[in-house]
Ligand binder design. Structure first.
Ligand code: MN
Length: 249
């Protein structure tokens, strides 16, 4: 099982969820929303060999936390993974567009300077601009568009630009989400939950709920779940092999 975009630190009991991930053998990319959350969240995963902690600055917090960019730069050598970053064009965050844009660009250029990172990217109502920015920041690393909800045309462009995609049960519960997932290259797809924000039947998704995502992908691809899981495992292996070595994995 692979949950490549999950906010472990934001569950009511992060330790219990992290422990259960370890017991169930779930591979987790534990994303963070602010640089100041990274150390504590990385500590949660200490000794858990299948959990990686990404350094992030969420676009919805960019205007409040842009002062943490120097901390972002300072911590960046410690991890191969960056997220959650990106842009959010929803009406309630549109006022802070300039800050979001500046923060996203600064992060990508910092990633370029250190040789590239694996990037978990938010693009709600902002897919075209996210792609515009990524196009000018090719050295930043491997972009993974998480819970992509743009148009088919934007999806085509993202594929052309070499983007990967992470999809989960919440996205695949909608017809639009399933339609998009069907068009994503199978070799650049990975599962996620976006827990605790992603929800399933009105409750917070747990990392091991990615299994439902695999079942849903199996229907979309018309393949057995085991075959889908084998593709996802191979994708994870390839993603990992692209990474540059750092001190703390
Ligand atoms: Mn998220």
């Amino acid at each position: 099982m692979i949950d490549f975009h999950c906010h472990l630190d934001l569950y009511p009991d992060p330790r219990a969820v992290t422990q259960e991930c370890a017991e169930r053998g779930v591979y987790v990319l534990s994303v963070t929303n602010t640089p100041s959350a990274w150390e504590g969240t990385a500590a949660l995963a200490q000794g858990k060999t299948r959990i990686r902690t990404a350094l992030g600055l969420h676009p919805q917090l960019a205007h409040q936390r842009k002062s943490e960019l120097p901390l972002f730069q300072e911590l960046l050598p410690n991890t191969r993974y960056v997220g959650e970053i990106g842009l959010d064009g929803s009406p309630e965050f549109r006022n802070f567009w300039a800050d979001q844009h500046a923060v996203f660009k600064a992060i990508l250029s910092a990633c370029s300077e250190v040789g590239g990172r694996i990037l978990s990217i938010h693009s709600r109502r902002a897919a075209t601009t996210v792609l515009d920015v990524l196009e000018t920041a090719r050295g930043a690393g491997t972009p993974i568009l998480h819970w992509f909800s743009g148009t088919f045309r934007e999806l085509d462009r993202a594929v052309q630009l070499g983007c990967w995609f992470s999809v989960g049960p919440a996205m695949l519960a909608t017809e639009k989400g399933r339609g998009l997932a069907a068009k994503m290259p199978r070799t650049r797809l990975i599962t996620e939950t976006d827990g605790p924000f992603g929800s399933i039947d009105g409750r917070s998704a747990m990392p091991w709920d990615v299994e439902m995502g695999v079942t849903m992908l199996a229907k979309i691809w018309d393949e057995p779940s085991a075959a889908v899981q084998a593709v996802l495992d191979e994708n994870l292996r390839r993603l990992g092999s692209q990474c540059i070595a750092t001190d703390r994995g």
